[in-house]
Structures are given as structure tokens and as C-alpha cells.
Design a binder for this molecule. Sequence first.
Ligand SMILES: [Zn+2]
Length: 404
Amino acid sequence: MRKRLLCFLLTAALLAGLALPCFAAGTSAQTKQKYPIILVHGMLALPMPDWLISGKQSWLYTQTMLNYEPFTDYEVYAPGIGPVSSSWDGACELYAQLTGTTVDYGEAHSKAHNHPRYGKAYTEPLFAGWSKEKKVHLVGHSYGGLWVRMLETLLRKGDAAERKASGKSVSPLFAGGHDGLVASITTLATPHNGVSALELLDLDSLLGPIGSFFADTGMADFSAKVGLDFLKCNGVAYTEMLRLLQDRNDYSYGEVTIDRMKELNKVMTLNPKVYYFSYAVDATEPDTGGVRKVGKAMSTFPLHITCGFIAGDKGGTTAGGYKYGAEWQSNDGLVNTVSAKYPFGQTMKNVTAYTAAKKGIWNVFPVIEGDHAGVVATGFKDAAYLDAILGNILRGAVAIEAKV
Ligand SMILES: [Zn+2]
């Protein structure tokens, strides 16, 4: 029962930012950057109403970043990824938007995971001229950090199974040999090493039946007919999403366990030509008795509740034999702080300024006091807070471009 309650709370927490107002704040103008910044939201993003009014594409979790005043002077884009896309599927969706092509999930992958090879068709690229001369700065919040890491990996290495399965019709993404198109990767509150909350619950026991219900009863088709499928992200309606949850190996929740991320981190290796930056977030404080508790930095309900659940977990052993303990208690309401710093086993360096950054390793900024939604200013935060994170990304983009 406790597991089901926690699963519900985690899902509710992901949607926590929905009802909260967003605002933009400004700082002084900065030197314009050469390369576009691509802001990638996390899982369960929704199209925001200002998209309907202004025509400017905007998503929950990247809306405030996109409207952050200094960003309006920059070349910044916010593509949309399927609500529960796996790292592979999300990378394919991102690639199609950057190149103005039809999403190609790959012949081998689509057969293995029982979904169509092709997805939404994009007729225009997000911006013109993506090339080695006009690279991109990829910025991912939460799961968005994994989608951008997988995209960079596939661009560089391609995929041998897809080359074999498709021959000449293979997507250029899987062909490989497209190194040099990414200048930097910045992750905000990304679960690089998985989330410990998934060790406390059995996803299959809750999400499996819900997905089967929607598939078996025809609810997904019915809701589409009566117009309830307007809440789409990358062509995937929220009702359809529930069907996808049945393949645990090919959707975001199922992928972000500690054990699965350990395997994925062996695939998503560091590129010596790319700058990697990360910001981890912590909303907890020390408590008596050797556990953490929800701290003053927490500002988004219901992340209060999930933060407390995660902080109260004294640890355990995953199915794959990984022992996690008290160092996993600090969290931002969803993602463990230790998981968001950098992928275990990959080279890292703690930095406080972009001027000290090195290529080909994780440059880890000091932990931000805040919560998972607040870090992208989905909740109430002041201008100084926004500038500390978003302004820093802009300054960093400018600072490193001369070196890539
Ligand atoms: Zn897939």
C-alpha cells in the first residue's frame, strides 16, 4: 500500500508545477553567443497556453527559461519530447526537430520494443544551419539531461544494430560520425545515476494495470474521438502514453532505476570535445538521528511529501546488488542530489566559475538550495535566483565558445 501511495505522490509531484505561476526577470545584456541554446524539458511536460497565443513553442519546465528576459536576446529554442520517452526515443525525437525530419526510432529498436519505427514528421528544422561551424549548447532539465546525453552519444557513435537492420535506409543519427555538432551539455537536476524512490515502489504493479486498462478497454481511442487528446507532446497523447508504460525497458520511469542508469552510463560516455556542466539541487536539511528532513529551500507542493519520503529512506540494496545509503537522502523532491551531480565513474571536477571549466569532463557547480521544479523557476523565485542559474548558463555559453 505504501508503495502505491508513493507512486501516486511521485506522479503528482511531477505535475506540481502545473498550477504555479511563472514569471520572467531581467539582468543586463550580455555578449551574444554564436551557437543556439536548446532547452529540453523533463518528463511529463505539457504545451503551455502562451504557445497558442504567441505561436512561440513553449513547454512546462522550459517556459520560464524561454521567457527569461536575457534569453530573449539570444538564439534559444525549446523542442518538445514525448511525456515518457526513454533516453533512446527522446534522442530520436530531439534529432528530428533539430534537422526538420520525420522521427525515426530505428528498425531494430522499434521491433524490439513493439512500436512504430517512424513518429511525428517535422518539415522545418528548429533553426537553420546546424553544423560543425554552428554547434549547439544542449541544456536539459531533469530527464531532459538524459535525452541530450543520448543524442550526443548517437551523433558521435551511431548504432551498429540499426546500421545492420536498416542498411542504406538507416537514419543519419544511427550512422554515426557526426561528432563536432555539440559545444556543451548542461544538466539541471538530472537523475544521472537513477532515483532511489524507485527502489521503494514496484512500478509494474501500479502502472502496468493502468496501461493495460487504457489499451484493453479502448479508453485511449475513445478519448481521442471526444477530443481529450489535445494534451500532446511530440505527437504522443497522454492517454496513449499509458500504453507505452507497459514496456518497462523503453519508457522514462522504467529506465531511471539505479541499476538501469548504471548500464546506460556505460553507453553515454564523455566526449573529449564537449564541455559538460551540471547543477544538482537539494531541498533537505540535516535532522537529528542521522536522517535528512525537508528544508526551507522546498517551495513546491507536493514535492514536500516526496522529498520527505526519499529523505527518510536509510538505504538498501538494488536488484542488481548496488548498495545505497545515507548519501542518497539529500534530494530535490524527486531526484537524489548525489545522482544529479555527475554519472558515477565519469571524470569530474568541482567548479564555481566557467573560466575554470575543462573539456571532456563533468564540471560540477555547487549544489543549489531549492527544489526540482523551482530550479527552472516553475515556482516563486526572485530575479537573483534566476540569474544565478539561467544567467550563468548564458555567460558560460559565451565563455566557452572560443575554446570549442
Ligand atoms: Zn522506443
